[in-house]
Design a protein around this ligand. Structure first.
Ligand SMILES: [Zn+2]
Length: 152
């Protein structure tokens, strides 16, 4: 799970694709994953519960699950997504089978001194603001047409 999350963070769509279970690979192309990952900036992942299973003890009747909250920025809007994912073993490797998203909401942009949305207990300015601020600057710059291009 964590390795898939860091793959999103570095936008490694090919890795994401390869760690999808076979049937998932049929409904997601690498291009789709890449396009979505390009516009999505992951801020925080909180794993709430996971049933750990060693690969040797894998029982297909009882698929291991991971319940997590993920926080991300998409087109300057903050989101929280809560999901319960199921994993299978294929080719001796854990792969993402499917996920049940039980909450997917827009979050209001907090003020500097508000408690951060990611449930760290810290103030926003001392927490996710550190990640979001530089991203917002980059996003705003990329929305402004490059004036030097039309100078000559
Ligand atoms: Zn935070």
């Amino acid at each position: 799970m964590r390795s898939r999350y860091s793959a999103y963070a570095v936008k490694n769509a090919e890795y994401i694709y390869k760690t999808y279970a076979n049937y998932k690979q049929k409904e997601n192309t690498i291009i789709d994953i890449l396009q979505w990952a390009e516009q999505t900036h992951w801020l925080k992942l909180n794993i709430n519960d996971s049933s750990h299973t060693a690969i040797d003890n894998f029982n297909p009747q009882v698929l291991p699950t991971v319940i997590f909250d993920a926080y991300y920025l998409h087109q300057q809007q903050l989101y929280k997504m809560s999901e319960c994912s199921r994993f299978v073993i294929e080719q001796n490797q854990w792969r993402y089978l499917d996920g049940n998203i039980f909450e997917h909401i827009k979050l209001n942009h907090p003020k500097r001194n508000d408690t951060c949305f990611c449930s760290s207990g810290k103030k926003f300015k001392k927490c996710c603001a550190k990640t979001i601020k530089p991203l917002m600057v980059l996003l705003q710059q990329s929305l402004v047409p490059n004036s030097t291009m039309h100078r000559h």
